[in-house]
Design a protein around this ligand. Structure first.
Ligand SMILES: C[S@@+](CC[C@H](N)C(=O)[O-])C[C@H]1O[C@@H](n2cnc3c(N)ncnc32)[C@H](O)[C@@H]1O
Length: 208
């Protein structure tokens, strides 16, 4: 699979996102996080009113637990990408033998992946790393098939805190509006009860 590093593109911005520092990497790579991540994704996936997706993409996969689970427990063919080569190395090391997951170092804002290639894209705690997250959502819509789904999970935080962490004004309504502009219709949204925690949403490419 081609990655941004395989081709010379003078316009390519090498960092479409912000790489994690060592403390953040410690939290992302600790073992319990994988099970927590899967537990958050499972109800969104099980709630889809379509047949089980076949081709899945996880962007900003971190240590790769969700991608592995999609392949080994749900029988999907999975591509798992991260901007950070260190995270792709961790995810590859943790991939069980034979699991149908292909890993790649790739900027999700600009993917060397075909148009309408996937039934499912998962973006879990990664969008807040991406300054041009509306652009990333456009790119996500490009690689989704019509009727395919984006599962988006991320922090719901006070605006000042989110702004201090890379991503600019960033909350459920603004993400929903950016998705709509990209042709992704929101079919589900859950915010945290007290306003701070994890927000999660499902978007479908095309009309509901
Ligand atoms: C907080 S971690 C979350 C990792 C994993 N999804 C999880 O929940 O454990 C955010 C990840 O997004 C990656 N990332 C940041 N910008 C990115 C981009 N433009 N394209 C792909 N991955 C990106 C980071 O390298 C990091 O691994």
């Amino acid at each position: 699979m081609a990655t941004p590093h395989d081709t010379h593109d003078p316009d390519h911005r090498p960092s479409g996102g912000v790489l994690m520092g060592s403390l953040a990497r410690f939290f992302v790579n600790r073992r319990g996080r994988g099970a927590r991540n899967v537990a958050q994704v499972r109800p969104l996936l099980d709630g889809l009113d379509t047949p089980t997706p076949r081709d899945a993409l996880e962007i900003g996969c971190g240590a790769g637990a969700v991608a592995t689970w999609l392949a080994t427990e749900r029988g999907m063919a999975v591509v798992a990408t991260d901007l950070d080569p260190r995270q792709v190395a961790v995810a590859r090391t943790r991939r069980p033998p034979g699991a149908a997951v292909r890993h790649a170092v790739m900027d999700a804002s600009r993917m060397a992946l075909g148009t309408a290639r996937f039934d499912l894209v998962i973006a879990q705690y990664m969008l807040h790393h991406v300054p041009d997250w509306p652009g990333l959502l456009q790119e996500t819509a490009r690689v989704l098939r019509p009727g395919g789904h984006l599962l988006w999970l991320d922090f719901a935080l006070p605006g000042w805190l989110v702004r201090s962490h890379h991503a600019g004004p960033f909350h459920g309504p603004s993400v929903t509006a950016a998705c709509a502009a990209a042709g992704l219709t929101r079919v589900r949204y859950e915010g945290p009860a007290l306003g701070v925690g994890t927000q999660r949403a499902v978007f479908r490419k095309g009309s509901p």
